[in-house]
Design a protein around this ligand. Sequence first.
Ligand SMILES: Nc1ncnc2c1ncn2[C@@H]1O[C@H](COP(=O)(O)OP(=O)(O)OP(=O)(O)O)[C@@H](O)[C@H]1O
Ligand SMILES: [Mg+2]
Length: 314
Amino acid sequence: MENIVIGTENLKKSYKKGVYAVDGLSFQVKEKRITGFLGPNGAGKSTTIKMLLGLLEPDDGRIEILGNVMKTDSPRIRKYIGFMPELPKFPRYLTGMELLEIYGEFLQMEKNEIRKQAKELLEEVGLGKDMNKKIGNYSKGMQQRLGFAVAFLNNPPLAIMDEPTEGLDPVGMVEIKKLIKQKARDGTTIFLSSHLLKEVEEICDEVIVINRGRLVTSGTVEKVIAEAYNRKIIEIEVDRLGNVPDAIRKLPYVIDVSVENNKIFVELSTDEDVRAIISRTIYENGSLVIGMGYVTETLENAFIELLKNGVNVK
Ligand SMILES: Nc1ncnc2c1ncn2[C@@H]1O[C@H](COP(=O)(O)OP(=O)(O)OP(=O)(O)O)[C@@H](O)[C@H]1O
Ligand SMILES: [Mg+2]
């Protein structure tokens, strides 16, 4: 069985009487995976993350992290969770290195170990040249990179990151994505919130989608995309159209057929592979298949589709 690193049950938080920012949220994050935590603005992602870290007290529900129930055990568990806050704000008068040193002491790491790890991480996140400059002189992206180093300073088994690639330029984005994947390969479980669904699709193994404080769906990226659509689309390029679109329209499971130049788009209501039947139909109607394949949907489109389908699927 897979180990569960984060488990929540019926988590609730309201900032204003009667209005729940997090409204009965239950989900699980599996060990050594990269799990994306998605939802539109105001969905409750940051509120949930703050509760996971014990920075905010839930009104109701239960949180278990690394086998410990949060709340009673929190100070002890906190050491094992690397955290990268949304838009980190670090003291401007410290240098990047000084910040990591202070943080390492807080984590009760050994002095030598702190310097070694800090130097290595600062190099990794691209702040090697700037580690002795004051944070006040860092750009937004540099502060974000520093936040990454803070989160991984003591090689935690779990890292929770709120929008880790926010404010990064395209090169920074590629670098940080690579680092996140590397850390996951090294054995860290990663839980990250993000709006950048292309990035999420690329690096995450699983996703948890929430809206208005509730779970919409969760699972592997592929499963979530498939679930968003109860239809499949096949794109076929044919030699000549002739009667082919009409003939395909009459086949079982075909919901809709549309044509663009020599391409036919067939919408299906089945998961069964009907490509052979379609090929034969095309051949029998005096044409030939030049190319055929399923149209793949992106996580981005699936996300829009899921949120359109209602607030709470589950
Ligand atoms: N400190 C606070 N006081 C009052 N309301 C708050 C507070 N923080 C968040 N909220 C409200 O709680 C809801 C969830 O906010 P939260 O910041 O958790 O969303 P989010 O999913 O992180 O959004 P974003 O994608 O914009 O970061 C929103 O309606 C927000 O207005
Ligand atoms: Mg947020």
